[in-house]
Design a protein around this ligand. Sequence first.
Ligand code: AIR
Length: 348
Amino acid sequence: MSQLTLGIIGGGQLGSMLAIAANNLKISTVVFCDDINAPAQNFSNKFIYGQYDDKSKIDDFINKVDVITYEFENIPYKTLNEINRIKPVLPKPSVNRIIQHRIAEKDFINILNIRTTRYASIEKKSDLNSMGDLLPGLLKTVTLGYDGKGQYPIKSLEDINSLNIEYSDGYILEKLVKLKKEISIIITRFNNQKYEIYEPIENIHEDQILKHSKIPAEISDKILNQSKLWATQIAEELKYVGTLCVEFFIDRNDNLYVNEIAPRVHNSGHLTINAYNVSQFENHIRAVCQLEQIPLKKNSNAKMINIIGDQITIYRNKELAQNEFFFDYLKKEIKNKRKMGHLTILTD
Ligand code: AIR
């Protein structure tokens, strides 16, 4: 039995599913989170509640673990870096620093000759006046924000007047593509330069929140191969260790664009728990803890439905069919637009 203890920074649903996967591999877990009600404490061996800049809590956490990972890209770089000086943090904090910053992230992708949507940095309101050709677009905070938080659709320059935002926080304006489909690739890179890559997942968003995911994605072979190649190039260039997700747009002319990178396990990959021999979570643990790499095998096609807000109360009382798998995130408070659970349906 392994004696390894994994530290997980962040305690939401992704942390929960990582802790469960670690536990199945006989690895104990300590979750460190700034939310006293963090759901992952229900699945970890230990839980440390503290702010991410609380030195004594950070020291306590470091002392209890051998290797550290994180489940949320919004963890401050400073915290990750400080911890990494003493015990290994994987993926390495410099990866998170690039991806936390939407402009640095897109610049990095473009340097690899991989297409993104067009974008510009917005530092003050007047910067938007000359941005007509990036409209319709999406104005996003450069750092922080997820699930549509800190994002403002802009159809025309008039829309700017009704915005009540602090431009000095730093924004990016991204031109919208004429969207046909969204897909994601989940890839795990191991320390030894080897990969396990899942087939593309097709995603449907509603109100900027992921609603459904399914495999197989209905896409051409060209898009399938290109998306896998780009995700592999990104993971390699970052010298990434662990599971990473690349989200893509496909436009009406079948052009592929990288939307964004998530340096972590990803919501669209929840279906890998039931559809594959090894889930995205288990693969992440295997990579960061340097365990054996197992070739991926799909056992079934699948569809995943995100359960958002008060829909959770319906699912908590729902009788499940044999091919349905429900996961309740056990979040203390039901909030509008909050991801509360998911249901995976194996389709054949
Ligand atoms: N998460 C991370 N990036 C995007 C998402 N959805 C997950 C993480 C994080 C949790 O959402 O697991 O901890 C936060 O959810 P909430 O509902 O507390 O904001």
